[in-house]
Design a protein around this ligand. Structure first.
Ligand SMILES: NC(=O)C1=CN([C@@H]2O[C@H](COP(=O)(O)OP(=O)(O)OC[C@H]3O[C@@H](n4cnc5c(N)ncnc54)[C@H](O)[C@@H]3O)[C@@H](O)[C@H]2O)C=CC1
Ligand SMILES: O=C(O)C1=N[C@H](C(=O)O)C[C@H](O)C1
Length: 269
């Protein structure tokens, strides 16, 4: 046992879960204190390193999140909205920092997470990468500089297994554009067009989603006016960027007071 902060990874067998486990094990800044999967999953009870096809990591996968969280300083959670809401309450009970990467949240999920953040540090972002969070700030600036003659469209592309749309990142970028313009995103969002939609509404922010193959994550914010376009783009080619950001958030969270934070806070952007 070292005195490095202990981290629990939920959704251990997922695309992000595996990447997070590798990132924590290789970091030298934290120790892997636990791995959680859903009840009935084939990995429950197995050593997580062996389950991933490598050397033993000395950590068994469990379906008892509270017992795992109680032995850790932080939980990194990239799972699904219903699971994340449950983990938020349990992490608060265990006084562990909860880093949430899960997307596709509905307002009722967000309300429960906000309630948990009264008692615990929660860092939540639809994208944990440095590049996307920088793009969020750039989007806000560009939207503030350009008037509604410039139509804003957010276009995102992801792998065929992604279950939510628009992506969490697309919604962050849309929110940034809305804030730059001083409007509420809910009042101006066009989320998916089909059929005789009529002409585009002035001042609206459109979203389009592409799904296919193994695309890690690509986002364009298009500002389109008569005669010219400005396009801000981020392309992710490796999930390690999200895992590095999440680990950074878990370590940063150790020094914070209870509350809900995002990656702009963590990165000081
Ligand atoms: N914020 C960010 O930077 C990023 C966010 N994501 C988001 O992370 C989430 C997961 O993405 P992927 O890893 O690609 O999905 P995935 O489907 O590969 O993995 C999800 C894992 O969560 C597990 N899980 C579901 N319910 C559970 C429960 N009750 N208890 C324990 N484990 C449970 C599943 O068994 C699965 O292993 C998605 O919402 C995705 O949009 C993904 C990449 C980056
Ligand atoms: O599901 C994914 O894969 C990703 N999800 C996040 C999102 O919804 O924006 C972040 C990243 O784009 C990958």
């Amino acid at each position: 046992m070292t005195d490095l902060p202990g981290i629990v990874i939920t959704g251990a067998s997922g695309r992000m879960g595996r990447m997070l486990i590798q990132t924590v094990l290789a970091s030298g800044k934290a120790r892997l204190a636990g791995c959680v999967e859903r009840p009935g999953h084939a990995w429950i009870g197995r050593d997580v390193g062996e389950a991933m096809g490598g050397a033993p990591a000395g950590v068994s996968v469990t379906d008892d999140p509270l017992a795992a969280f109680a032995r850790a300083q932080a939980v990194i959670d990239f799972t699904a909205p219903a699971a994340t809401v449950e983990f938020a309450a349990l992490a608060a009970q265990a006084r562990a920092v909860h880093v949430i990467g899960t997307t596709g949240m509905e307002p009722e999920h967000l309300a429960k997470i906000k309630a948990a953040a009264r008692h615990a540090v929660i860092v939540r972002a639809g994208n944990m990468s440095l590049g996307v969070n920088l793009l969020v700030q750039l989007t806000k600036k560009v939207a503030a500089a350009l008037d509604a003659d410039w139509d804003v469209e957010v276009v995102e592309a992801h792998h065929r297994m992604k279950v939510d749309a628009p992506s969490g990142t697309a919604l962050m970028l849309g929110q940034a554009a809305a804030e730059g313009r001083g409007v509420a995103l809910d009042a101006v969002a066009d989320r998916g067009r089909d059929g005789i939609t009529g002409a585009r509404s002035r001042g609206h922010i459109g979203f389009s989603a592409i799904r296919g193959g193994d695309i890690v994550g690509e986002h364009d914010v298009i500002f389109a006016a008569d005669g010219e376009r400005v396009i801000l783009r981020h392309i992710a080619t490796d999930r390690a960027i999200f895992a590095r950001g999440a680990l950074r958030a878990a370590l940063w969270g150790q020094r914070q007071k209870p509350g809900e934070y995002d990656m702009i806070d963590v990165l000081g952007l």
